[in-house]
Design a protein around this ligand. Structure first.
Ligand code: IPD
Ligand code: CA
Ligand code: CA
Length: 253
């Protein structure tokens, strides 16, 4: 049996290649739950490929995915998958989109991949072995003050107003705030030091599974926005390089 990280990497690359191919064809874009929450034919095609490949190698593991939910397993293992994170970016040819695959054993995420095919960047992490970008070790930034920090956020399509207030407040304190539209990649960018902090509300597990392992393995910190311990599925997330964590948490109160 292939090791989880090796398999996740292989499958993410296959899904990425498929997505690049599909991006050149009609995407059949439709609104999923509401305006500003879209899904394309490519989301489903990527998901089907990933489920088939993961299930063939790990037939007992559960698989949790965005488009088809939980595929139950019989072991204490679970794959957590976003087959296309950043669908809106993908549909517009903005390169910030990715395939995110995390592997969890006994409730703990031990391997994760965030692959951004349009930028040929692949972020990987294994618990206890650090985080990597295209094979080279990465670390979070050393920025120590919020006024020097580049911070990112995202918006849940059901409630833009809730985070709008925080977007304005953090903009008043940080060097700048970005909204790049692909949560898993936003987290990966903290792991490699491009962003110094990230927060969002109501993110589901498939958006954060691989990203939080990347950040922790790269020396960063992940909590809820109120500073309490974070678990995938919690209604808020605050991820930083560690140094600006307290300052950013205070601004988000
Ligand atoms: C979305 C993106 C976006 C975040 C949304 C997510 P999707 O994922 O990660 O950055 O703000 O909350 O739903 O729908 O493109 O997979
Ligand atoms: Ca997503
Ligand atoms: Ca998605």
């Amino acid at each position: 049996m292939k090791l989880a990280l090796e398999l996740a990497l292989e499958v993410a690359r296959e899904a990425g290649t498929l997505l690049l191919e599909l991006q050149r064809k009609p995407l059949e874009i439709r609104e999923k739950t509401r305006r500003a929450d879209i899904v394309t034919l490519a989301d489903g095609a990527s998901e089907r490929l990933i489920i088939e490949r993961l299930h063939a190698e790990y037939p007992n593991a559960a698989i949790l995915t965005e488009e088809s939910g939980l595929h139950k397993g019989t072991s204490n293992e679970r794959w957590i998958v976003d087959p296309l994170d950043g669908t809106t970016n993908f549909a517009h040819g903005y390169p910030m989109w990715n395939v995110s695959i995390a592997y969890e054993r006994e409730g703990e995420i031990t391997a994760g991949v965030v692959y951004a095919p349009a930028m040929e960047e692949c972020f990987t992490a294994e618990r206890g072995s650090g985080a990597r970008l295209n094979g080279a070790a990465i670390r979070v930034s050393e920025i120590a003050r919020l006024r020097e920090a580049l911070v990112c956020t995202g918006f849940h399509p059901a409630n833009f107003a809730r985070n709008g207030r925080h977007f304005a407040t953090v903009s008043d304190h940080a060097q700048a705030v970005r909204r790049d539209g692909a949560a898993a990649l936003d987290l990966a960018y903290i792991a490699c030091g491009r962003f110094d902090g990230f927060w969002e509300f109501d993110l589901p597990p498939w958006d954060v599974g691989a990203g939080i392992l990347l950040i922790r393995e790269a020396g960063g910190t992940v909590t809820r926005t109120d500073g309490a311990a974070y678990a995938p599925g919690d209604d808020s997330i605050l991820a930083t390089n560690g140094s600006i964590h307290g300052e950013l948490a205070a601004v988000l109160l």
